[in-house]
Design a protein around this ligand. Structure first.
Ligand SMILES: Nc1nc2c(c(=O)[nH]1)N[C@H]1C(S)=C(S)[C@@H](COP(=O)(O)O)O[C@H]1N2
Ligand SMILES: [Mo]
Length: 155
């Protein structure tokens, strides 16, 4: 399964979890940062710096938020300041693909909520819009409210 990495300024690509993880210079065991969690992970901020230079984009402005979307359409949007110790978990400790959260899981140890630890990430987006003071956000965004449905029907 491929993961789409999108950046409106820098470009986009689709990578497997292993291809994506291989870009990151700092590999660690998730247990080093998240209690009760094991598996092979890469440090997110160092991964991002390597991804930028891979696209020749060192001089571009930094994103304000990280947006991730999961296979089940769960989504999270995390202010950059909460990503200090964030991880991308890509394999189990035994080297097998993730049994839970396949193909990739985000962990945000400094995040405002455990709900930001998005399982089964299939899309990663770097966001430049938004108030940096605004908090993290998560949930199933695809759900259509009765109000939206009425508007659709009216079209
Ligand atoms: N893809 C996906 N990731 C998700 C969720 C979800 O519904 N779908 N729930 C979130 C919420 S609300 C919590 S509290 C944690 C729960 O993680 P756990 O299953 O490891 O306990 O996963 C988060 N990641
Ligand atoms: Mo949650």
């Amino acid at each position: 399964m491929k993961i789409a990495v999108y950046d409106e300024k820098i470009g986009s690509e689709r990578l497997t979890a292993d291809e994506l993880a291989a870009i990151g210079p700092l590999h660690l065991s998730a247990a080093e940062r998240v209690e009760g969690v094991s598996g092979r992970a890469v440090d997110f901020l160092q991964w991002y710096a390597a991804w930028r230079s891979r696209h020749g984009a060192e001089g571009q402005p930094m994103p304000k938020r990280l947006g991730v979307r999961a296979a089940d359409e769960f989504e999270a949007s995390v202010p950059w300041a909460q990503l200090e110790r964030a991880l991308l978990l890509y394999r189990q400790e035994d080297g097998q693909p993730l049994k839970k959260g396949y193909p990739l899981r985000l962990y945000v140890p400094d995040g405002s909520s455990d709900c930001l630890n998005v399982k089964s990430v299939v899309q990663i987006r770097f966001l430049y819009e938004g108030d940096p003071q605004e908090g993290a956000d998560y949930g199933f965004r695809n759900q259509i409210s009765p109000d939206q449905l009425r508007k659709r029907e009216a079209k």
